[in-house]
Ligand binder design. Sequence first.
Ligand SMILES: [Zn+2]
Length: 231
Amino acid sequence: MTQKADVLVLSAHPDDAEFGAAGTVAKWTDEGRTVVYVICTNGDKGTSDRSLGPEELLKIRRKEQQAAAEVLGVREVIFLDHPDQGLEDTPELRKQIVRLIRTYRPRILVTSDPYRRYLWHRDHRIIGQVAMDAVFPLARDHLAYPDMLDEGLEPHKVAEILFWGADDINFRSDITGTFERKIEALRCHASQIREFKASDPVKWLKGLCRDMAKDEPFELAEGFHRVELPR
Ligand SMILES: [Zn+2]
């Protein structure tokens, strides 16, 4: 039987979760919380290297994601293998996510903010929206998927959703002690870091995390929009 998890992270692509939440994930696993990753697409379009075919790229990115998850102490990585740039808000995807929520029964769900304005990858928008609908009301209501009850997948109430990439940040997580692990996890995504245009990505990222912690009693932060759900 599948073990429950304290935190479920839903990411559109390999590497999104590291950019958005790796410092926070490392902090949680250090505290003994169990974290499970769900990577929704296979990431097979994420390159400007014309010598690299999609089949090869998806294998590379899967390995990179596994390595990053290991650095962060993530217990399990689930690959849903939807097509990159092809995530759609369908009844099938909603049900797939509800099934995961009812199986792992997390207190916290972490994903990308669907309401970030303008330049935001379509897959990020879609997974944020599907995750939100899956938490409320679909995973909560027993009549939403009566067939799941027959499988023993009882309704589940997630307590809290954290959205990375939010315009409207209302929660800053202290990652001063785990920033180096975030960098180490991001370095595992070598195929993506190569694509990165900043001359010194670590310096750039540290600046962002420092700005995020402005007015907080700590040095470095990851920012989220937090939604707490009624119990
Ligand atoms: Zn992405």
